[in-house]
Design a protein around this ligand. Structure first.
Ligand code: PXP
Length: 244
């Protein structure tokens, strides 16, 4: 299982003052040197954190998996193809949201993805991952489209208001992971994962290929430093990898 670090909030900190630092590509380099398997960034339409120059710098810097998270707009498809990362994770994007609030609604996006988005990305070698809630119908539609991977939205689990909700959501995530694996797609996961809930998640959910972790990891690194924080996440992952 791979750890991909989402470095968006290094850019958030930089943009808070309009200075040139901290530099997301520099953070990416430190994360990879500490053992992270790759880097994720989300170039949003409003450029609230990562900006176009960061994308170019990340493409030059990142040696492992580079995951370009984006809404499926024509503008982003153009930048995606110019950047040519390893993976593209398609997410819904709302103007008012603080962060991505849930998975794609496949019945809404299916036709557009089939006619416009997938044919466009399939002109390249970039793998396609769809960010989904653990709904069997959405997963089946993603398979029908020919997605390479599904990133399961773990936010409902991570932010559950009670243990009952958490347990229910973990059951849904486990079933979804099995379904995705049986359909032959890769199982990725992310949103709201941290040092406390990651062990619980990994204990229950099988077949994981990649976890993508940003806000909690970058926040902890303010106190521990990035190398020590990345190592702490890798240690958790290695324990569960060894057990399974
Ligand atoms: N995966 C996706 C699709 C996301 O939108 C985000 C948030 O940008 C993450 C993973 C990482 O979530 P977090 O910052 O809560 O770790």
């Amino acid at each position: 299982m791979n750890l991909l670090v989402n470095i968006d909030h290094v850019a958030t900190l930089r943009n808070a003052r309009g200075e040139g630092y901290p530099v997301p590509a520099e953070a990416a380099k430190v994360c990879e040197e500490a053992g992270a398997d790759g880097i994720v960034f989300h170039l949003r339409g409003d450029r609230r954190h990562i900006v176009d120059d960061d994308v170019e710098a990340l493409k030059k810097t990142v040696k492992g998996t580079l995951d370009f998270e984006m809404a499926a707009t024509d503008e982003m498809l153009g930048i995606l193809k110019k950047t040519n990362p390893d993976l593209c994770t398609l997410v819904p994007e709302g103007r008012e949201e603080l962060t991505t609030e849930g998975g794609l609604n496949m019945s809404v996006v299916f036709d557009d993805f089939q006619k416009r988005v997938f044919p466009s990305i399939r002109e390249t070698d970039i793998k396609i991952s769809l960010f989904l809630d653990p709904n069997p119908e959405d997963i089946n539609m993603a398979f029908e489209l020919g997605a390479d991977a599904i990133e399961l939205h773990t936010g409902t689990f991570a932010n559950a208001a009670s243990d009952d909700i958490k347990v229910e959501e973990l059951k849904r995530l486990k079933k979804a992971a099995i379904q995705i694996h049986q359909l032959g797609m890769k199982v990725n996961a992310g949103h709201g994962l941290n040092l406390d809930n990651l062990p619980v998640f990994l204990d229950v959910v099988p077949h994981l290929n990649e976890v993508s972790i940003g806000h909690a990891l970058i926040s902890k690194s303010l106190f521990w430093g990035l190398p020590k924080t990345v190592s702490a996440y890798l240690e958790i992952i290695s324990i569960y990898q060894d057990v399974k």
